[in-house]
Each structure stands twice: as structure tokens, then as C-alpha cells.
Design a protein around this ligand. Structure first.
Ligand SMILES: NC(=O)CC[C@H](N)C(=O)O
Length: 250
């Protein structure tokens, strides 16, 4: 079964292309009923307020929440991470609807505005162990969120040093972001919690397909678990009801 990619706005084409490079079909999801035909979902980066308005317009939130609750694998990148978080700060007035399920608090624009977007080498031992290849990953952070707090069931996959921002008085427009050399303060940028994977950056904008490959392995593992638990549970299940069909005499 194919992997769905929420295609309301943002970098959904890039995710579909990355899946294609791994020989997997990505299906654009725009309507609630389309979720029934996919075994996993990727929520791309973009602009979370706009994406939330479109999701609301298409009545997608109940089906998306159900998908997460059923334990189906979901990966949120950037705006997708914000969507999956239980709590978000730094939202526009009135807030925005979230899918939730991922026990964490995110700040929507933790690293600042668009102009403060950056790239960084990330160390992600969990993925290198499973996927091999170079010891680091190129992280593309575009007006990226940061994960401020996580619950005990959340596995932290990657962190980056918190950038030091000079006081706004000097020149707020030039960003002035530097690595916080003095302190070792770090912010979480990638996590996993059961069926949920979330990254504050955009692996789909790089040629490195290891994040997609890691997610596909998660999908396989979870579907194997689901089918073996169905088999194990089988003997305890009540007999399915037998419907006696009426026989019409001619
Ligand atoms: N590249 C991204 O997805 C940016 C997300 C953005 N910070 C938001 O609030 O939606």
C-alpha cells in the first residue's frame, strides 16, 4: 500500500520525489476519505497556519486525528511537526488547530523569521546505526520550529545548539545568529514517539534519502506488529456473527 503525503500546501512534491527515489509510491492526500487507502502519512513543511486553515476547510482534522490514534505511522516535517505536537507556542492570534498526539511543546518559529533560516550538520546516531552512510546529516531549517519540552515516552533523535541572537537594537534585520559558543544549550529538532516521527528541518530538500528510508522501515515494523498482534489476538476474539440469509423460494 502506498504512503500518503498531505498535499494542501508546502513541500509535498519533494516528499513524493524522495519516496519515488526509494521505489515507493507517494499519494497526494487532500480529502479525509483518501486516508483510508494509505498505510502511512507524511505531513510536509510549509506554513502551519495556512495548512491548518486548508485542513479545516476540507474537514481533515477528525480523520487525521483518527489516523494518529489508530497507531498508523505519521512523519511531520517542520510545519508537519507543529501539526503533530500536543502544544504549540508562538502561534498567530487565535491559535490554530493541531492534530496532536506527539507529547511535546513546540515553538512555531523558534529560530526566528525567514531571514534567519540556516543549514547545519546534524548528528543523528539512531539513523546512522540503522541506515549507515556518513556520520552526519544536512539539516535545512526554514523559519523552523524548535521542540521546547518532551514527555518521557518521546525519544530525542537530534538536537542543535541554540543560536545566540544579539540584542535587537543593533539591527534586527540582519539576523545576527551565531552558534551559542559560550553555552552548551541545545534545542531538540527531531523526535520519535511510537508511530510518530517529527523533524524541525526538511530532509526532503536534500539528496540524502536516509530519513525517508528510516520512516519506511518504521512503517514496515509497525505493520508487522499490527498483523502479528491480530493473529495472536485471534483465538480470544468472539466468533463473528453468522448472518442467516433468507432463501427466497421461487
Ligand atoms: N518550513 C516550515 O515548515 C516552517 C513552519 C513555520 N514556522 C510555521 O509556523 O508554519
Amino acid at each position: 500500500m502506498a504512503v500518503g503525503v498531505l498535499a494542501l500546501q508546502g513541500s509535498f512534491n519533494e516528499h513524493i520525489a524522495a519516496l519515488r527515489r526509494l521505489g515507493v509510491k507517494g499519494v497526494e492526500i487532500r480529502k479525509p476519505e483518501q486516508l483510508q487507502s494509505v498505510r502511512a502519512l507524511i505531513i510536509p513543511g510549509g506554513e502551519s497556519t495556512t495548512m491548518a486553515k486548508l485542513a479545516e476547510y476540507h474537514n481533515l482534522f477528525p480523520a487525521l486525528r483518527e489516523f494518529v490514534k489508530m497507531g498508523k505511522p505519521v512523519w511531520g516535517t517542520c510545519a508537519g511537526l507543529i501539526f503533530l505536537a500536543n502544544k504549540a507556542s508562538g502561534q498567530k492570534t487565535g491559535g490554530q488547530e493541531l492534530i496532536g498526539g506527539l507529547n511535546c511543546t513546540v515553538h512555531r518559529n523558534f529560530f526566528g523569521s525567514q531571514i534567519q533560516s540556516f543549514e547545519a550538520e546534524l548528528s543523528v546516531p539512531e539513523i546512522v546505526t540503522k541506515e549507515g552512510g556518513s556520520p552526519t546529516f544536512r539539516g535545512v531549517f526554514i523559519r523552523a520550529p524548535g521542540i521546547l519540552e518532551v514527555g518521557p515516552e518521546v525519544q530525542v533523535l537530534a538536537e542543535v545548539p541554540v543560536p545566540y541572537r544579539k540584542p535587537a537594537k543593533s539591527d534586527p534585520a540582519d539576523g545576527n545568529l551565531e552558534e551559542n559558543a559560550g553555552s552548551e544549550k541545545k534545542v531538540i529538532v527531531a523526535v520519535k514517539q511510537g508511530n510518530l516521527l517529527a523533524t524541525a528541518f526538511h530532509p526532503e530538500l536534500t539528496a540524502d534519502t536516509r530519513w525517508h528510508s528510516y520512516f519506511l522501515k518504521m512503517v514496515d515494523e509497525l505493520s508487522q506488529e499490527a498483523s502479528s498482534s491480530t493473529l495472536e489476538d485471534d483465538p480470544t476474539l468472539p466468533e463473528p456473527p453468522k448472518y442467516e440469509l433468507p432463501i427466497f423460494q421461487q
